[in-house]
Design a binder for this molecule. Sequence first.
Ligand SMILES: [Zn+2]
Length: 497
Amino acid sequence: MLKRILLGLAGLIVLLVVVVVGRTLMVPVAAPVEAGAAGSVDAERAARRLAEAVRFETISHQRGAAADDLARSDAAMTGFRDWLGATYPAFTAAASREIFGGHSLLYTWAGTDASLDPVLLMSHLDVVPIAPGTEDQWEQAPFAGTIADGYVWGRGTIDTKASLVAMVEAADMLAAQGFQPTRTILFAFGHDEEIGGGTGNKVIAETLQQRGVKLHWVNDEGGVIGHGLLPGVTTPVAMIGVAEKGSISLDIVAYSKGGHSSMPSPAAQTAIGRLARALERIGEAPFEARVDGATRGMIESLAPAVPFMQRMVYANLWLFEPVVRRVMAGSPASAAQLQTTIAPTIVEGGNKENVLPPQARAVVNFRIHPRDNAESIIEHVREAVDDPEVSIEPLDGIREASTVSNVEGDGYRLLTQVIGESFPGTIVAPYLVVGGTDSRHYLPITDNVFRFIPIHMGPEDMARFHGTNERVSVANMGEAVAFYIRLMEALNATEGQ
Ligand SMILES: [Zn+2]
């Protein structure tokens, strides 16, 4: 009897091994990297134009900024707009332009077939300021538009004037050759993306909706071509954001009687004690974490690019999902891909050392995973805190998570194809964007939002993004222009799909 059970067990184990190894071997291994062909594109010219674009200090300021800062940005935005017209005459003649919120631009390059829903390509005009005190650490002045050592240096190169210049350069070259899109191509360049897009892309999206426009698909900033950004992955990976997280901040206020500190209630019943306990309870009640949706798609897409043992795990998530989940939970960046995150950001209470404050307050920011929503988060937190003396209310500015775009549809397929042609040997992977982009404003008029720019980034480039010594290589500008040319041509080739 025992022997039979053991034999049965051994049989099962053999079967399991066969399935796991079989699934692993079925994963096609990545081809070696070849140089991308930029075709007839003039990389130097594209780089020079990016350098010119950098010289417009198109910083977007929060409300309440100094009047002369606002005026300077205003002039820079106008200058940039005029520069686009002067630099790209074929494109700006072929496409009609509308201005929203003062400076956001919507170009419509009308297609020959008006029955097809337009595609929308996005970028933004604005850039973030230079962090005070870091000016001296720039190898090239941030707004000088310097080309040196094979790079265009300056604020906004990565985020995201490189993609803007590349797509307009591509469209201008095509327009000059008499190319006309079959499907209308819209270009939306917001002027306030870095401060929420409330007067730019939000208004453009509302206007399009009022006009009854539905978008076939949208591509915005988000993912890049990563080099060495993922553990075990040596091939370049083009990350396409297929969903983005939402955000909600909860105002958590604990109440108590107050009074003199010489005769306190037990510490746990003071306002500060209650607040501390509430925060501890929230921290001890993490949100559901799973390798599913966009994150699962990412892991599965990476399988061809990782060593055999790792591939065995990635190709068999049906079995190893808990293992992958545990490894990913180990670092904040990958943990954010799995679940709604919890970040206490403000705490305040009391103003005198010998007075018990009648209330103490904290703000906790949650980045909402697409499987959760604002309402479920409030409920989860109230349940976890479980204290009638603690009020929990949402602050303004709730942003729900986006839907997850279809990776089987036209948009993703086309991007994957063009990435393959432009950057041979690159693996394409979907992923969940943990920050916010302006593309969310278009979710009411499309089911397919993708977030990818054809810019290479390695581990040491991550700090340049919104940081010091932001730069994009001259060669990369050539590749990026070629990418957008192929994308627009491929759109025509797949006309009617
Ligand atoms: Zn950006």
